[in-house]
Design a protein around this ligand. Structure first.
Ligand code: GLA
Length: 518
């Protein structure tokens, strides 16, 4: 439940299970050893947060609608200790992710124009202070922090590597300062915090990273954020396949992710205006969900009414800035005043125009599919029909993402086609899209032949050209059961065998506990 505290575990099995414990222990030992080498002392604790796969409900969280993801086993772990007078953020993979240092002032800006990997840590750090301020607590005086990160969620792959690092960093910072938040609080503030890196994302990724549980997918809803268990039918396996086309959300935001958020907001404002709201009231509308009551009143309830409204109130094709401003009666500079991300989008694409009708049609129909998916998954009377019903909804979701939302890409479409031909009951892109992964619903007994067919029909040229290696295939094509959400780990680790230099104790002054602040 959202009101439950974020768990703190002393045993590694609590997160990774008996089976996963040896590999996880080895990984934490490596992380601790690298930490000692970098900082000359043991970490005080670890925090971990998983990536996710979204089963259905794409690009609708920021419009206020429920989504249906599950947490993956793949996660990011952060080791942390108080010390020094800077924020020093290191990574176990030091070659790819060099050490970054920041001052400790939580008010410092995140430099979005020069994005570096550790900005996600800084965003989380700022978010912790925002959260404490929002609770009216006296924020703790900043102290230096030493941090070592290790992530295994594929980057820019649609599996929420960014939420995994933001959530694990936030938990680490809070735990080391004696703050004990609820899951709902963390889901809420980390979502806002991640926007410091410049992507105006919704709250799905952080919510499932924090509230995920083994064995169940979750219906995540917002305002306030909450999650309900969704039991998947027996025999259903979800296989994740990476298209190996990278889509960096942060770097492409102005023309992709943030542009879609802007288009939805403009569609909602125009619908409100056309339904009689005065210009200022229409301009204050932020989501398509907000205009639902007015739409239902004029066009009738349910999806049918919404699609009729979209059809009648919004024009096909691209809206240029002048046209939107004339129809709305408000300049876009005023509509987005004080919001740097949307203003940047307007600056970059206003000349080409915004597509509103198709985007709104996707949002309304995808939101409807989420509830149909949950109903089909949990309908025990549906028997053999359950999986085909889920599959059909996933296929429809992909078609809508590709045609109406235009967030697919040729490689994802090919991969979905290959998956369907290989016997997937349903297959779709997952996450923000424009690259990254697909998720396919496959009968448990068919997983082996299914993966073999994908290998043959999608990956063999990529293997031949070296884009992926045999050894790397396990990270590119895999099935993952619904797994644990984020947690703080206070685990006693024996130094890893053959580690150079024994564990170094931190000076006594730095090891004393801070007062508990929340
Ligand atoms: C990204 C965002 C999420 C969500 C998805 C698309 O993962 O972070 O909030 O909008 O894209 O469904």
């Amino acid at each position: 439940m959202a009101s439950d505290p974020v768990p703190e575990y002393k045993e590694i099995e609590s997160v990774y299970g008996l089976e996963g414990a040896p590999a996880a222990t080895h990984r934490l030992q490596r992380l601790a050893a690298a930490f000692r080498k970098q900082f000359g002392a043991d970490p005080e604790l670890f925090a971990r947060a998983p990536g996710r796969v979204n089963l259905i409900g794409e690009h609708i969280d920021y419009e206020g609608y429920g989504v249906l993801p599950m947490a993956l086993r793949l996660d990011t772990v952060v080791a942390i200790r108080r010390g020094g007078d800077r924020l020093v953020v290191a990574n176990l993979d030091a070659e790819k992710f060099p050490v970054v240092e920041y001052g400790t002032d939580p008010a410092q800006a995140v430099d979005t124009a020069h994005h570096v990997w550790a900005n996600y840590f800084l965003a989380a750090y700022k978010g912790v202070y925002d959260f404490l301020a929002s609770k009216g607590a006296d924020p703790p005086a900043p102290v230096g922090l030493q941090v070592m990160v290790h992530g295994v969620v594929p980057l820019a792959g649609g599996l929420s590597s960014s939420a995994a690092i933001v959530c694990s960093s936030a938990l680490a910072v809070m735990a080391v300062r004696g703050v004990h938040p609820t899951k709902g609080e963390v889901a809420d503030f980390t979502c806002k915090a991640e926007r410091y890196v410049g992507v105006t994302s919704g709250g799905m990724d952080q919510a499932i990273s924090v509230m995920g549980q083994p064995g169940v997918a979750k219906l995540v809803e917002f305002n306030p954020v909450r999650a309900e268990d969704v039991h998947l039918p027996p025999g259903a396996t979800f296989v994740i396949a990476n298209s190996l086309t990278v889509s960096k959300k942060q770097e492409t935001a102005d023309r992709r992710y943030n542009l879609r958020v802007v288009e939805c907001r403009l569609a909602a404002a125009l619908i409100a205006r056309k339904l009689g709201a005065p210009p200022a009231a229409a301009a204050a509308v932020r989501t398509l969900r907000e205009v639902e009551p007015a739409v239902a009143e004029k066009f009738g309830p349910g999806l049918k009414g919404k699609l009729r409204a979209v059809d009648e109130l919004l024009e096909r094709g691209n809206y240029l800035q002048d046209k939107i401003e004339a129809d709305l009666g408000v300049p876009l500079s005023e509509l987005f005043a004080g919001e740097p991300s949307p203003l940047r989008v307007v600056g970059v694409v206003a000349g080409e125009g915004f597509k509103l009708r198709d985007r709104a049609a996707h949002v309304y129909s995808e939101a409807d599919r989420v509830y149909k998916f949950r109903a089909a998954a949990e309908d025990e009377s549906s028997g053999a029909e359950a999986l085909p019903r889920l599959g059909a909804l996933m296929d429809a979701s992909h078609a809508s993402c590709a045609r109406l939302y235009e967030c697919s890409c040729p490689e994802l479409d090919t991969l979905v086609g290959v998956a369907k031909a290989a016997g997937a009951i349903g297959s779709r892109l997952t996450g923000a899209g424009w690259g990254g992964c697909t998720v396919s619903l496959v009968r448990h007994g068919d997983v082996g032949p299914f993966m073999a067919a994908l290998r043959e029909n999608y990956y063999s040229p990529l293997l031949a050209s070296g884009r992926v290696t045999e050894g790397g295939m396990g990270e590119v094509l895999f099935a993952s059961p619904p797994s644990s959400g984020a947690a703080v780990l206070r685990i006693k680790l024996a130094p890893s065998e053959g580690e150079e230099g024994a564990a170094v104790e931190a000076p006594a002054r730095e090891r004393k506990r801070e007062p508990v602040m929340a």
